[in-house]
Design a protein around this ligand. Structure first.
Ligand code: UD1
Length: 292
């Protein structure tokens, strides 16, 4: 079978890593990178660490507002589908690259498989929620990570082609955990010892783009009395600087460039586990929880 896989952003590089090995044992795979993430530390480092093959196509779409970014992907992906005529299009997760792959395929009546189907936050202001819902509704095969995801789909009337296959992120983690322990050096490079720090990651638009929410996060970080390591996403850096919060943050927090998968994994494995939730720390955006 000829399978065409679409990836484009960090989480998709991680999700595709365990699958490409399995797919290529029995099938032909064409790998398409939309170029949604393009800085070396947002893209190349993941391909290198996870030994993902060089993409057959890189669309170089880059950053822009959602409609423009997704639209550029649709135009370029369609050309590739028409040329390659795949038997199955494989999309991962919930980014704009996911939706572009699924939508283009369904318009051309190509079969679509969605890895990480059925996840819902039930917050339609999140671009990812729209991407998830629309992708699931045009998919023929829906590979769910949990039984909750299967039930979420059932509530939307999707029962055909649905499989609970487990969490591909967990597969990736299990595959790489030993490698991360052996190879990652960020902690040592920073002169910190195990469990004496916390790791922070912030990049959702709802957290970064609003002054109120971003200030609240920065204030919470400043209340914590042990070191915080904060690999900062370019979007977050842009808004921290825009809102004048950058200097305040850098005084208290160890701000570093985005990390690859292995370094991030190692930091999370060895970070301190318990901490009183700081005053003002908002748990509003708890991710992927089903309403009662
Ligand atoms: C995207 C996904 C999100 C995922 C995240 C992982 C969507 C809607 N969101 O969010 O679900 O969790 O990736 O990181 O698809 N930028 C750079 N260099 C890059 C990439 C981005 O500087 O290589 C900057 C640009 O200013 C860009 C901004 O980051 O406008 C946001 O990037 P984008 O890919 O649009 O969304 P993410 O926030 O990364």
């Amino acid at each position: 079978m000829k399978i065409l896989s679409i990836i484009g952003a960090r989480p998709q590089f991680i999700k595709c890593a365990p699958l490409f090995r399995a797919i290529r044992k029995e099938h032909e795979e064409i790998l398409v990178h939309t170029g949604q993430h393009y800085d070396p530390e947002m893209s190349y480092i993941f391909f290198n660490e996870l030994q993902i093959p060089e993409p057959d196509y890189n669309l170089g779409v880059g950053s822009s507002i959602h409609g423009e970014q997704t639209g550029k992907m649709l135009i370029e992906i369609e050309k590739i589908f028409l040329k390659e005529k795949p038997d199955l299009v494989l999309v991962y997760g919930d980014t704009n690259s996911t939706l572009a792959g699924a939508l283009t395929a369904s318009k051309l009546h190509l079969k679509v498989a969605h890895v990480e189907a059925g996840l819902r936050s039930y917050d339609r202001t999140m671009p990812e929620e729209i991407n998830r819902v629309l992708t699931d509704h045009v998919s023929d095969l829906l590979f769910c990570p949990t039984e909750t995801a299967v039930l979420n789909l059932k509530k939307e009337g999707i029962t055909r082609g649905v499989y609970n296959v487990g969490d591909v992120m967990l597969d990736s983690l299990k595959y790489n955990i030993k490698v991360a322990e052996r190879k990652a050096t960020t902690l040592e490079d920073m002169g910190l010892s195990s469990k004496e720090y916390l790791v922070a990651t912030v990049h959702r638009a709802s957290n970064t783009d609003s002054l109120k929410n971003l200030s609240s996060i920065v204030n919470a970080f400043c209340d914590v009395d042990i070191p915080i390591i904060f690999p900062v996403h370019p979007r977050t850096e842009k808004y921290l600087k825009h809102y004048g919060l950058w200097d305040k943050l850098c005084e208290k927090v160890k701000v570093i460039p985005p990390l690859g998968y292995l370094e991030m994994l190692k930091l999370m494995l060895t970070q301190r586990r318990s901490l009183r939730t700081p005053e003002g720390f908002r748990r509003k955006h708890t991710y992927l929880r089903c309403p009662a």
